[in-house]
Design a protein around this ligand. Sequence first.
Ligand code: HEM
Ligand code: HEM
Length: 205
Amino acid sequence: MVGDDHHQIVVHGFLFWVSMGFLIPIGILTIRLSKREERGRRVRIMFFIHATTQVLAVILVTAGAILSLKNFSNAFNNTHRRIGVALYGLVFLQALSGLLRPTREAKRRSAWFFAHWVLGTTVFVMGIINVYTGLQAYQRRTSRSIKPWVVFFTAEIVCIGFLYLFQEKWEYIQKQGVVRGNEPTTTIQPTDNQEILTKQNKDLC
Ligand code: HEM
Ligand code: HEM
């Protein structure tokens, strides 16, 4: 393998590790945090982080896709290449779906959320799988050891997996030890004040 080829593969690996192996998972963890937040400002910050990390990831994927289509074989004859090229398409579709989301009050919002969640989670899982198959392709092509990278990536994914599962359980953990009926209550005041309603609607993403 010539030095130039090696350089291309390292750039390719780096771009996809950062985008699909890091930014997309972080963006998903962040938007999942907003589910527990009632206050508008925090929800907006989580939304902003989700949208920014995902759009940044798509920019890096675009750069990586252009480079790989220009410099690699375009043969798509192994698992890594096939999953990879499918992911290029799915990531764009997903970002487009995020940008074209209906408002929270719209009837279509539930269907949109379901589609965005299914496709987003697919991209998330397939992206992680393809970083592993990419590392194997790197070993095949260069005969260099990938063990440290596999260990490092696995450690990162274990942390992300733990946080993902922990998010589901955090509210339940907090409720432990609270006697039923003694939970702190909040009083919700209905309002027809237009100013408050407009502000509330602005808080939603
Ligand atoms: C989710 C992330 C990734 C995606 C979507 C992806 C996508 C692709 C695609 C579509 C190709 C075929 C390009 C062509 O032939 O025109 C390819 C090739 C390749 N990728 Fe990735 N890649 C990813 C991550 C990685 C990583 C982390 C590495 C590690 C260095 C890597 C190493 C390689 C290598 C060595 C090839 C050359 C083809 C081969 O020998 O099979 N990829 N990748
Ligand atoms: C490749 C890019 C993207 C991926 C992989 C992705 C993935 C996801 C996933 C998996 C969820 C559901 C999280 C959960 O509850 O488990 C989600 C929620 C959401 N995403 Fe994205 N997303 C992407 C891009 C975007 C963009 C660009 C926007 C907007 C500009 C966006 C807006 C939202 C919103 C508003 C929600 C929360 C929906 C709700 O709770 O009603 N997403 N995203």
